[in-house]
Design a protein around this ligand. Structure first.
Ligand code: ACM
Length: 519
């Protein structure tokens, strides 16, 4: 074929492509919505568009402000947010609470896009927030850019009705092995919220560091917070900074769950206060990555005073219902000491008005009726929890640990639970993974990022992306609607979104990345 024929055929293909109408049902929405119905035409966002919210609720206004903050940097439209309950006028986006749509529940939403308007309704502000995440994904990817972009901001008409499979869809950040700045925690919250994940579990203490100010026990941070893995400078959050993180998360419909791991994983506390040790001697600060060598002295009264003070201060600055007590890998604690210890700690947490979450080992002990088990390692532990009536958070290490290497050659991460390529992370169903643990026993899922080898935000992003959208979909979408071969195409279509959001992701060979794909 001559060059000119090639060129002409290329142009014809282009023309046909551009003549195709945009279809809502063909958009690569992650997590996959419950239902998408196409309609004719499309909506155009312009410099005249306004975001109206119905009612005076500060939370709805906040969702409106959040949406404007996502649309304005790239479009430069300066879209404003106004309260309005009068007639709808063309060109605008409407957010309104319409309680009473039982199917949508607390977090579901309905998004109706026509040539004239975008109308988002939900029972609760969290539903509106989730609808806003879908709306973001319908615009061309460069809507996500932090700097001005040229483009036409058109989205296909139709209706999305959507609600989650599980109420608990989490990420865990280990800020103990390596400490991460408040700004890094905030960025991680932003990225997970974009995929409708709603829980950030902060692993605030471990052998290598204590990362939260406790006013009654100041040496925890003054001594226990100063180092991290490899002996580098550590750090900690003041209670004011923690409150700032909680508020930032709440504005993105994300709940913070603080974890203080015990009785093992406590070297930083033991190094700070000799009296927490059975021999009254403080060990050295620890900067390696071994586990299972430390324990609080379970026979001392002061230990329980310490635990009460710590959880009371944390409960006072944590609006969510949960405190996480760790409980994993306490190999230095005798089992006959471990079992009553876990009962006592559950009682202490209950006295603060909060509910306990613990790693699956705590199910070896007697559990309070509302204690939640986080399955990570041993199915039989989680099964023991369920037999005691506990609800389960599913974080199977071999599937959901985002500190696992993608494959043998990826530089970051560990592989004691195996390699977790993007398909391995996606291809499992929480409700059928462990015999005896079914849908009705499961609160939701969580993808933990342990940080033995992770030192900065770029590395967080590389480990979390592109696996996170998959966990988001497992948590949100029905198992029947999920299929790796179909999902990987949608995921590949998020490449230019990741780029616009400046996410440093792992470009898995299993995913057909569309570098500069047009929607
Ligand atoms: C854990 O990974 N030790 C919970």
């Amino acid at each position: 074929m001559s060059k000119s024929i090639l060129l002409v055929s290329f142009m014809v293909v282009q023309l046909i492509a551009s003549a195709q109408p945009l279809l809502l049902s063909k958009q690569s929405i992650i997590p996959k919505p419950v239902s998408v119905v196409d309609a004719k035409g499309s909506f155009n966002l312009t410099e005249k568009s306004i975001i109206y919210y119905e009612g005076e609720s500060p939370e709805i206004q906040q969702v409106g402000n959040y949406l404007a903050s996502k649309l304005n940097p790239s479009t430069r439209f300066g879209i404003v947010v106004r309260s309005n309950s009068v007639a709808q006028t063309p060109g605008n986006i409407y957010l309104s609470l319409k309680p009473g749509d039982a199917q949508l529940g607390d977090e579901g939403y309905q998004l109706v896009i026509s040539k004239e308007t975008v109308i988002l309704t939900a029972n609760k502000p969290s539903g509106l927030f989730n609808g806003v995440q879908t709306l973001r994904q319908l615009f061309p990817a460069n809507i996500e850019s932090a700097v001005p972009q040229e483009g036409s901001w058109e989205i296909p008409a139709g209706t999305v009705r959507d609600f989650p499979e599980y109420a608990f869809r989490g990420v865990m950040l280990d800020v103990a092995r390596h400490f991460f700045q408040v700004s890094d925690v905030k960025r991680t919250i932003d990225l997970m919220a974009a995929y409708k994940m709603n829980v950030m579990h902060l692993h605030l203490s471990d052998d290598q560091g204590w990362r939260i100010e406790i006013k009654k026990w100041p040496k925890l941070t003054a001594i226990g917070g100063i180092t991290q893995v490899d002996g580098e400078k550590g750090g900690f959050y003041t209670q004011d900074q923690y409150v700032e993180i909680v508020k930032y998360a709440a504005e993105r419909q994300v709940m913070i769950i603080p974890e203080i791991d015990m009785p093992g994983h406590t070297n930083a506390a033991l190094a700070s206060y000799p009296e927490l040790n059975c021999n009254d001697r403080a060990p050295e600060l620890y900067t390696g990555t071994k586990v299972g060598f430390s324990t609080l002295c379970t026979s001392k009264e002061i230990t329980y005073q310490f635990i009460k003070d710590v959880f009371s201060e944390l409960a006072a600055i944590t609006p969510g219902p949960y405190l996480h007590i760790g409980g994993d890998e306490s190999h230095a604690t005798k089992i006959e000491d471990y079992l009553p210890f876990e009962v006592k700690v559950q009682e202490i947490v209950a006295s603060t008005g909060k509910q306990v979450i613990g790693w699956d080992e705590i199910a070896l002990s007697t559990m309070k009726p509302n204690t939640v088990v986080q399955f990570w390692a041993k199915a039989e532990n989680a099964q023991k929890g369920v037999k005691q009536g506990a609800k389960v958070i599913m974080s199977p290490a071999a599937k959901a640990y985002v500190d696992m290497q993608y494959h043998a050659k990826t530089k970051l991460g560990l592989h004691w639970a195996g390699y977790v390529e993007v398909d391995t992370g996606y291809n499992w169903d929480p409700a059928t993974l462990v015999p005896g643990i079914g849908r009705e026993n499961i609160l939701g899922i969580e993808a933990p990022l342990w940080s033995e080898t992770i030192t900065n935000m770029d590395e967080i992003e590389y480990m979390v992306f592109p696996r996170l959208p998959g966990y988001a979909e497992i948590g949100w979408s029905t198992p029947a609607s999920r299929n790796w071969n179909e999902y990987k195409v949608r995921l590949g279509n998020h490449a230019d979104r990741f780029k616009a959001m400046q996410i440093d992701y792992y470009p898995s060979k299993l995913v057909p990345w569309l570098g500069s794909s047009k929607k």
